[in-house]
Ligand binder design. Structure first.
Ligand code: F6P
Ligand code: MG
Length: 416
């Protein structure tokens, strides 16, 4: 796009991009290696000597990756055949083509941050799939599950609030309903603080009751377009031709653990309040950015909720299970979400997914990485409208629900 600003990269010394590539990614790799070490005996119990050999191989591949990064070696093509290997290597060639003759090979500190960080997580996945029979191991699973367990107090408070509210929904007037909608949007927003890639894999559970924290957190909301979202979904909206018509909301998920609970609670409220008739969730097909949600995480969390000793959490888990069974909730996988591409490339690279998203009345993109891919992770002027930064990506009305981590920001305008 003419006049498109440059991407953030590791060469911007002192930037969050630089700090991430120099310090945080090696720390995340070290924690991935530690996770393999801690599971050594389990690998042996399950697979015998082959399990030990696989653990050793995966650790050596991850250690090699960490060395490549720390010594700024050229970024090498993926070698293990997987659904997205060719697309990834085409993208690496594209990045290479952007470099001048003198720049040599695409390197960790001299390539766009968004690409480098995605490439690193995809190389972690390659190291694991090259190490059968532990090739289905999720090096981040332990920390994602721990985040859920350590946030139990806030999870239970949230589910209690939701279940008690549901019994009163019929008597709420439109303004009261709007306020509850805004409350659940903010809870989903602050759930995004629990991102383990930011904390380098250190636990970042939600210790306090998030509902009672909303008041003090208001001051930290930089841009608030919730009225636009309400106008799209509220009962009796102008566009409503038939009150029984389907209203589909898509949630492009981010982190598992506590944040996923806040997203499921928001989706539960949308159905119970009849602001939506179906919710479609989009997760990751491989372990991604430490805490991002995979299908395995999603089904695990619903199961954990269902089997909880707390009556409200268990009630939620049973409701969530039934929504999935009857198709009111649908979980979708697509490899596009774990490619390095900006979302404006989706209609070319993954036209089936773009068509799927076009069926939504509203798409909620959760988290910082999705925001970076929506806007190409470029150094936009803060005055640039969000619509312009989307660079032609308009499958449906969309918004970003994000706690600001990477530097990138634009002037906000709700997409319609
Ligand atoms: O550096 C922080 C970071 O790893 C970013 O690189 C990335 O965009 C973000 O965290 C992931 O955050 P979220 O889980 O909100 O997408
Ligand atoms: Mg994330």
């Amino acid at each position: 796009m003419a006049g498109q600003p440059a991407s953030l990269s590791g060469r911007d010394v002192g930037s969050f991009a630089y700090i991430t590539i120099k310090d945080r990614i090696p720390q995340i790799l070290t924690k991935a290696i530690d996770s393999l070490h801690r599971h050594k005996s389990k690998f042996f119990e399950k697979h015998g000597e082959k399990g030990l050999e696989a653990e050793k191989k995966a650790i050596s591949l991850l250690s090699k990756l960490r060395n490549e990064l720390q010594t700024d070696k050229p970024m090498i093509p993926l070698v293990e055949k997987f659904a997205d290997t060719d697309i990834w290597n085409q993208y690496l060639d594209y990045q290479q083509s952007l470099l001048g003759e003198t720049d040599g090979k695409a390197r960790w500190f001299f390539s766009p941050w968004l690409f480098v960080e995605c490439y690193m997580y995809r190389r972690i996945h390659e190291a694991i799939i090259q190490s059968p029979p532990i090739d289905d191991f999720d090096v981040f699973k332990e920390s994602k599950d721990q985040n859920f367990f350590e946030s139990q107090e806030s999870v239970i408070a949230l589910c209690t609030y939701l279940q008690e509210l549901i019994s009163t929904l019929e008597v709420l007037d439109e303004n009261q309903l709007k306020n509850e909608f805004f409350k659940f949007l903010q809870i989903s927003l602050w759930g995004n603080k629990c991102d383990l890639s930011l904390s380098g894999g250190e636990t970042s559970s939600q210790k306090t009751n998030i509902i009672t924290s909303l008041g003090e957190l208001q001051a930290f909301i930089l841009v608030n377009d919730m009225e636009h979202l309400w106008a799209l979904l509220r009962p009796g909206k102008e566009t409503e031709t038939d009150s029984a018509a389907a209203v589909r909301v898509a949630i492009v998920l981010d982190n598992s653990g506590f944040e996923l609970v806040t997203d499921l609670v928001l989706a539960h409220f949308l159905l119970s309040s009849r602001l939506a008739t179906e919710v479609h969730f989009y997760g990751k097909t491989i372990p991604w950015f430490v805490s991002d949600t995979t299908r395995r995480d999603f089904t695990w969390l619903v199961e954990q909720a269902k089997s909880s000793s707390d009556k409200y959490l268990s009630r939620c888990g049973l409701d969530w299970e039934s929504y999935l069974k009857v198709g009111k909730w649908v979980y979708h996988d697509h490899i596009f979400w774990t490619l390095p591409h900006e979302f404006c490339a989706m209609s070319q690279v993954a036209p089936d997914l773009y068509t799927e998203l076009q069926k939504a009345h509203l798409i909620l993109f959760k988290g910082d990485l999705n925001y970076r891919k929506l806007t190409g992770d470029r150094k936009w002027e803060f005055t640039v409208p969000f619509h312009q930064a989307l660079n032609g990506f308009h499958p449906a009305p969309l918004c970003s629900i994000r706690t600001l981590k990477a530097e990138i920001q634009e002037a906000w305008s709700f997409m319609t």
